[in-house]
Design a protein around this ligand. Structure first.
Ligand code: PNS
Length: 178
């Protein structure tokens, strides 16, 4: 007879970090899958002054919060925050030992492998877990969505409703986040 494995009592918390400029359905599909594996996910937007963004960090946070509501998942299981500095340090401040990353095409692999190994070098007890993006959104990236939208392409089915509205507003006013 097989022995039962004792259930862990501490919640499994994962940090899903990124630029999210803006969040897309590629990201929401990773989040949805991540919730099957982890009790709580902290979506953490990187403050990166060197990178020119369309949406400010505050706008990105609001868009992620709206996307979470749209997803219809239990909001108590998803926290939205921002961070700067090392991701592994941030993980420790929120009590997470998992970094959640999404994988799309093979092209993502090299960069992701480097990051995962660097993070493992910095904090061996923090594990990076990869989840494949839903095949419907395999080709979706924030950069491509922004580029296509700027050139008049209809990409609004690839992003949460709040992001579609936000993109239209940005493109009308021509403002950027930084
Ligand atoms: O969505 P992105 O831009 O691919 O996310 C990249 C991110 C934010 C996860 C990565 O740049 C990051 O972790 N930055 C924080 C700085 C850090 O910890 N660097 C060392 C690990 S490579």
């Amino acid at each position: 007879m097989s022995e039962s494995i004792p259930a862990s009592t501490s919640p499994r918390i994962a940090v899903y970090a990124g630029s999210f400029d803006p969040i897309t359905h590629g990201h929401t599909s990773i989040l949805r899958s991540g919730l099957k594996a982890f009790d709580k996910i902290v979506v953490a937007v990187l403050y990166n002054e060197r990178k020119k963004a369309l949406f400010s960090v505050e706008e990105r946070i609001e868009l992620i919060k709206a996307a979470v509501v749209e997803m219809g998942e239990d909001p108590a299981r998803i926290t939205v925050d921002s961070f700067n500095g090392l991701l592994v340090d941030y993980c420790e401040t929120v009590g997470a030992n998992i970094i959640l990353r999404g994988l799309r095409a093979v092209a993502d692999f090299e960069y992701e492998l480097q990051m995962a190994n660097m993070n493992r070098h910095l904090r061996p007890h923090i594990e990076t877990v990869f989840i494949m993006a839903d095949d419907a959104y395999f080709y979706v990236s924030s950069n491509l969505v922004k580029e296509a939208a700027k050139l008049g392409g209809d990409v609004y089915a690839l992003v949460p409703e709040a992001v579609a509205a936000g993109l239209k507003a940005k493109l009308l006013t021509g403002t950027s986040g930084q």
